[in-house]
Ligand binder design. Structure first.
Ligand code: NAD
Length: 443
């Protein structure tokens, strides 16, 4: 590294696991990543503005359902992992990895406030030889145009005095096949020296690293991955609506097409997009493209189709009730699943919340059951707090209909269909149910 010559020494510290690693933002991404670095032998400090998370971490208690407490307790107990709200500790750290949220504003534009407030808080603590890596999903140019000037405020130069890199997170909560350690990690540096150091850090804790030539390539690669999902999900969602008109089962069509051993990859329809990534990230690119007078039409069209899905589910529910001479207005409905996908407790952007709000607005009386989400606060379009109701055959019989919006694994769908008067299935969760198929409407 240029003036300070400290690039070499940081590399050596990393190789000897003596570099002190800081993870800024200990959420869904930061916590497992911090644990992976600690498991690899580094001393890790989690920096978070949420004192409840810091307090919980300090007790070795996990606050994310799919992250078990046992390994966390071990790492905290052995002193390998600790947490703080005090940014001044950043000065003592060698590598800082930033995993703060990147949501959209009300006007659906990138909300960079978490990145800027992190950059501002870190700026006074930048010292020569450190490595800063941004992991938050964002538009191409963020690391260089937004984070870099903030970190350089104190007069230190990125790529000269300290290293700067971008490495997107590919966390897939609940995925049993891949985890933080085994998912290959793309890394782009501001300079070749920055790349070398950032890559060395990740390579010491994770299985594979994938170097690219710039931070911008790394930023766009992550967006491409999520746009790919978003567009393909929109395609099958549109096909699902056509299949319903043609009285064809879209799931059977997709399964049949999936037998092609090359050139096809299955995507599955659902009640709408959910989670912190797929419904949001593509619009980071749309926004940036506008600066260049470029319209990302695929993204816009996919957004249009996917955001219409909750309305489609409501329409199908109305039609299903209609077959029983009932109206949506006044119907008592049970929604299965509040989380945005199966077997997780995350309700961010969950289409279930949108659908419950739409049903409610149309006069339905709605309850929900979710083994992972016991309580829903007001907000996300919900006008009142809700608690997950118990799932018994008697309870199910008391509803005019059941909507399966999340296909959690622990549910007995056979028994559910048996007890229900009608079922609207948006996830093909009832595929294997043989008895009572006439009660099922696919949506
Ligand atoms: N959750 C995922 O599966 C996933 C997957 C890939 C990428 N990402 C991306 O990773 C980033 C983080 O997402 P997440 O799901 O971990 O979010 P999260 O909300 O679970 O965690 C973010 C954490 O940052 C903390 N924080 C906020 N402002 C801070 C600040 N100024 N200083 C320190 N800490 C601060 C919050 O308290 C929270 O603990 C986002 O850009 C997201 O798009 C998430």
């Amino acid at each position: 590294m240029g003036r300070s010559g400290s690039g070499r020494s940081l590399l050596e510290k990393i190789q000897r696991r003596e570099a002190k690693v800081g993870v800024v933002g200990m959420g869904y991404v930061g916590l497992p990543l911090g644990m992976a670095f600690a498991e690899a032998g580094f001393d890790v400090t989690g920096l978070d503005v949420d004192p409840r998370k810091v307090e919980s971490l300090s007790r070795g208690q996990s606050y994310i359902r799919h992250i078990p407490t046992e390994p966390l307790q071990r790492l905290v107990g052995s002193g390998k992992l600790r947490a703080t709200t005090d940014y001044s500790e950043a000065e003592e750290l060698d590598c800082l990895v930033i995993c703060v949220p990147t949501p959209l504003t009300q006007a659906r534009e990138p909300d960079m406030s978490f990145i800027t407030s992190t950059g501002e808080a870190l700026a006074p603590h930048v010292r020569p030889g450190q490595l800063y890596v941004l992991e938050s999903t964002t538009y191409p140019g963020t690391t260089e145009e937004v984070l870099r000037p903030l970190l350089e405020k104190g007069g230190r130069k990125a790529g000269v005095d300290f290293h700067l890199a971008y490495s997107p997170e590919r966390e897939d909560p609940g995925n049993a096949r891949f985890n933080t350690r085994t998912i290959p990690k793309i890394v782009g540096g501001l300079t070749p020296g920055c790349l070398e150091v950032a890559r060395a850090l990740y390579a010491s804790a994770l299985k594979d690293t994938v170097p690219v030539t710039s931070t911008r390539v790394a930023e766009l690669a992550k967006l491409l991955e999520n746009i790919f999902r978003c567009v393909n999900i929109a395609l099958v969602n549109e096909l699902k609506m056509l299949c319903d008109r043609m009285e064809l089962d879209v799931w059977e069509v997709i399964q049949a097409a999936s037998t092609k051993p090359f050139g096809f990859m299955p995507f599955f329809p659902g009640p709408g997009l959910g989670g912190h990534c797929i419904p949001i990230d593509p619009f980071y690119l749309t926004w940036k493209a506008r600066e260049l007078e470029f319209h990302t039409r695929f993204i816009e069209l996919a957004g249009e189709v996917n955001t219409a899905m909750p309305y489609y589910v409501v329409q199908r529910t109305m039609e299903a009730l209609n077959t029983q001479k009932k109206t949506l207005n006044g119907a008592r409905l049970l929604v299965m699943g509040a989380a945005y996908k199966k077997d997780v407790d995350d309700v961010r952007e969950s289409p279930s919340l949108r659908i419950m709000a739409l049903l409610h607005e149309r006069g339905a009386v709605v309850d929900y059951h979710d083994p992972y989400v016991g309580h829903l606060p007001k907000g996300h379009g919900l006008k009142q707090e809700m608690d997950s109701v118990e799932l018994t055959p008697e309870k199910i019989q008391g509803y005019d209909g059941v909507l399966i919006l999340t296909d959690h694994s622990g549910i007995d769908y056979e028994k559910l269909v048996e007890a229900a008067r009608l079922v609207v299935d948006t996830r093909n969760a009832t595929a294997k149910v043989r008895i009572g198929r006439d009660k099922i409407t696919k949506a």
